[in-house]
Ligand binder design. Structure first.
Ligand code: S3P
Length: 188
């Protein structure tokens, strides 16, 4: 059981989850603009904290340090801020603590896409994603489907396969507005 939200869902942060290269940051930036909210890219925050790119953090400090900082930052934004659009790195949500804090304090949107449409993006992202390096395509495919099971724990999901970020962002904003109109806060 998750704790009861103490404020209206209109004020909740929105967390975007999904596999690397699914478009979380591009969509998140657009949604933030449409809703006049701040956009927080957790990966960018981690890079600022350590003062080096992610590949270097993995090489010099190791994945464990990266995950610890990722967990701390997500917990901070989820529990101390409102009205933000948060984009989480693809591995963050695998941590149980991250899942719990997001599901309790945010509206969690999963950006889903088919394996076929994702694999075309691999050459564009592999150099900046240490998790994909030194893996064969079948190994990456296995990771893709394994993680998908975890991402399926969410509040709402969008299939983005052949859609441009603008269309996905528009759909997301529409669905949020419907939810906000449906779940009015209690007036007592
Ligand atoms: C990771 C995803 C990356 C970044 C890091 C680890 C992962 O973020 O956090 O390279 O484990 O899936 P994106 O999902 O934005 O690529």
């Amino acid at each position: 059981m998750h704790e009861r939200r103490e404020f209206s869902i209109r004020e909740s942060n929105i967390a975007l989850i999904g596999f690397m290269g699914a478009g979380k940051s591009s969509v998140g930036r657009l949604v933030a603009k449409k809703l006049y909210r701040d956009f927080i890219d957790i990966d960018e925050e981690i890079v600022k904290k350590f003062g080096m790119p992610i590949t270097e953090i993995f090489q010099k400090l190791g994945e464990e340090q990266f995950r610890k900082m990722e967990r701390e930052l997500i917990t901070h934004y989820c529990t101390n801020t409102r009205l933000k659009i948060l984009s989480l790195g693809g591995g963050a949500y695998l941590q149980e603590e991250v899942r719990n804090v997001c599901l309790t304090h945010c509206i969690v949107f999963f950006l889903d896409l088919s394996w076929d449409s994702w694999k075309d993006r691999l050459p564009l992202i592999i150099d900046s994603r240490p998790i994909l390096q030194n893996k064969s395509l079948p190994e990456i495919e296995e990771l893709f489907f394994k993680r998908r099971e975890v991402y399926s724990i969410n509040h709402s999901q969008f299939v983005t396969s052949n859609l441009d970020p603008e269309t996905v962002a528009e759909q997301m904003v529409e669905s949020l507005k419907t939810a906000w109109d449906t779940y009015q806060p209690h007036k007592d």
